[in-house]
Design a protein around this ligand. Structure first.
Ligand SMILES: Cc1cc2nc3c(=O)[nH]c(=O)nc-3n(C[C@H](O)[C@H](O)[C@H](O)COP(=O)(O)OP(=O)(O)OC[C@H]3O[C@@H](n4cnc5c(N)ncnc54)[C@H](O)[C@@H]3O)c2cc1C
Length: 143
């Protein structure tokens, strides 16, 4: 079986993953990034981001994430759909499985898998989401 060898593998397609891809591309590490089930990450579940520097009037969250992704691609990152389902960090190079079937080996792995908001599941929670109910740790102080 031919196993693809990757210098720098990034797991996660949120702000952290795309940022890592931008820097790794500029360092000539030919990064490959797997985005998982939520390309763009948690910010794709909101509307306007007001605290990202450089946008005096805020920026549409989906636009921001699609721009981060495009920036990484333009610099040479190879961004792919797929969920990393197994990781063996006891061997060198590291060994990873994508979608339960494709096996890869990587000299370096950057884990940027972020988080998922855990809502309580109350109807009132949905009703007041964004109106006082928040799942954004970095926003809570401001709210
Ligand atoms: C509703 C809401 C509003 C928010 N608003 C703001 C805001 O205005 N300003 C602000 O600063 N922050 C905000 N946040 C917080 C912000 O979204 C997070 O801090 C940020 O997204 C974290 O980025 P991350 O890249 O670490 O992870 P995430 O955005 O969580 O991305 C994780 C990525 O990893 C991928 N992944 C996970 N597991 C795997 C796997 N096994 N294989 C491959 N990929 C995998 C996912 O598909 C996803 O692409 C908000 C959050 C929420 C929920």
């Amino acid at each position: 079986m031919d196993i693809e060898h990757i210098k720098c593998l990034i797991v996660g397609g949120g702000p952290a993953g795309y940022t890592a891809a931008i820097y790794a591309s500029r360092a000539a590490l030919a990064p490959v990034l797997y985005e998982g089930n939520a390309p763009g990450g948690q910010l794709t579940t909101t509307t306007v981001v007001e605290n990202f520097p450089g946008y005096p009037n805020g920026v549409d969250a989906n636009q921001l994430m699609s721009d981060m992704r495009a920036q990484a691609v333009n610099l040479g990152a190879d961004i792919r759909r797929g969920v990393v389902t197994a990781v063996d960090l006891d061997v060198r190079p590291f060994r990873l499985t994508v979608d339960g079937e494709k096996v890869l080996e990587a000299d370096a792995v950057i884990v940027a898998t972020g988080a998922t908001a855990r809502y309580l599941g109350l109807p009132s929670e949905k009703k007041f989401l964004g109106l006082g109910v928040s799942a954004c740790a970095t926003c809570d102080g401001f709210f």
